[in-house]
Write a protein of this length. Structure first.
Length: 417
């Protein structure tokens, strides 16, 4: 009897070890190869031409579809024109409008600097933690919208669900407050479409606010925290949540159109969506903490392909010329065929990749948590440029200069002639 108990114990131990090994190596399943079903190669938006508008990059990802494609013709080699900033983390890239960069730092400062010189126009001391990128529109001859978390001090676990804010200030020298409103803690970069502002919060609430005064036009409650930005395309908004679901709502009234899910592991758990969706070619692309990059049909919500990387995928995919670019915590940067998910090339970087990439003039730029920015040929993956700063989403451009967001500084580069 004692021998049987010992044998039974050994068998249970072996099964437990095998299950743990399977869980660590096969969690959430593998990749799903796709086809051209529900793929419209001409269905995408172009970035604005820098000479046609004074608002060049008005929000995170550049456009409401969050394609992360910059304007103009700028290629290495570069010369550094100026640098500004201090010691507080700048996690998200600036919005660019009216010849100024607008950005926020972790210690609760909202800042405007000249694109030409880097000289500071103004600083608004908000006194709240921050993890989002501003948005700009023409309200009142220019307004800057930014979301905030709890009051300082900042740190891991300091954010509280009910303690957040959206602040709107004049973009010009007066930087007077247009309006503000308290919300749940939010690190959602605002998305502005037709004077409507779309944001989410830690409580799982997604808001459509009137840009003029912040009044709620509709509110939708998701099953988990909403931390990424809200994407917009063709009358619908798209966002992922920490319940592992991707939601599509009617932009007019917030009614749910469809809901999709990330993969489940063998315990029934979902990966979480922090990644901001990118919408192009009638597809919705985003990453998950389950290590996958997903492509869903924009109209149907059906899974069209997925690819399993070796780590978390937090960044928003960049979409350019039928290709999808995204980095992973496994230190690898990936390029996929946008229709099928076929892997086109990979690049091994010096550290985990957390932020989003940006494509400028055929070069795709991204940074690692080891504080290095890379520029790769978007067609081949060959490295053509690098710089020893940057950590999250490092690059924006106005077509005249390339602006690199370092850990606590902003750099301006122009092509070397």
């Amino acid at each position: 009897m004692r021998r049987l108990l010992v044998v039974a114990g050994v068998l249970i131990l072996i099964v437990g070890i095998a299950a743990a090994y399977y869980e660590s190596t096969n969690r959430y399943g593998g990749s799903v190869r796709g086809t051209s079903t529900e793929f419209e190669p001409a269905r995408t938006v172009a970035p604005p031409h820098p000479s046609e508008t004074s608002i060049v990059s008005p929000m995170f990802g550049g456009v409401p579809q969050h394609l992360h494609v910059g304007v103009g013709k700028l290629r290495p080699p570069f010369r550094r024109d100026w640098v500004t900033g201090g010691t507080s983390l700048i996690e998200f890239p600036p919005a660019i409008a009216f010849h100024y960069l607008y950005y926020a730092s972790l210690n609760g400062n909202l800042i405007a600097v000249s694109t030409r010189t880097g000289r500071r126009l103004w600083t608004v001391h908000v006194g709240r933690c921050e993890a989002a990128g501003p948005a700009v529109n023409r309200l009142g001859r220019g307004s800057v919208f930014e979301t905030f978390l709890n009051k300082v001090p900042c740190g891991r676990g300091s954010a509280q669900q009910g303690d957040g804010k959206i602040l709107v200030v004049a973009a010009g020298p007066s930087h007077s407050v247009r309006w503000s409103r308290n919300l749940g803690a939010t690190e959602t970069s605002p998305t502005i479409v037709d004077n409507r502002v779309y944001i989410g919060d830690y409580s799982g609430d997604v808001y459509c606010l009137r840009g003029l005064n912040g009044h709620t036009l509709w509110r939708f409650h998701a099953g988990g925290d909403v931390k990424g930005a809200i994407a917009y395309d063709r009358g619908r908004v798209f966002f992922g949540a920490y319940d592992g679901r991707l939601y599509a709502l009617r932009a007019s009234d917030g009614k749910q159109v469809w809901r999709a899910e990330s993969n489940r592991d063998w315990l029934g758990n979902h990966g979480q969506f922090y990644s901001t969706p990118s919408v192009a070619y009638s597809r919705v692309y985003l990453g998950s903490t389950d290590g996958h990059v997903y492509s869903f049909g924009e109209q149907s919500g059906k899974l069209r392909w997925s690819y399993k990387t070796g780590g978390f995928v937090y960044g928003s995919p960049a979409v350019w010329q039928h290709r999808v670019f995204v980095g992973s915590y496994d230190r690898t940067f990936y390029a996929f065929d946008a229709a099928t998910g076929e892997l086109l090339w990979t690049f091994r970087a010096n550290g985990p990749i957390s932020g989003s990439a940006t494509v400028v003039d055929g070069i795709v730029y991204f940074a690692t948590l080891k504080r290095r920015t890379y520029g790769l040929d978007a067609l081949t993956g060959k490295q053509v440029w690098t710089y020893p700063d940057g950590a999250f989403t490092p690059i924006v451009t106005d077509g005249q200069r390339l602006y690199l967001v370092g850990w606590g500084k902003v750099y301006a580069f122009s092509p070397r002639t």
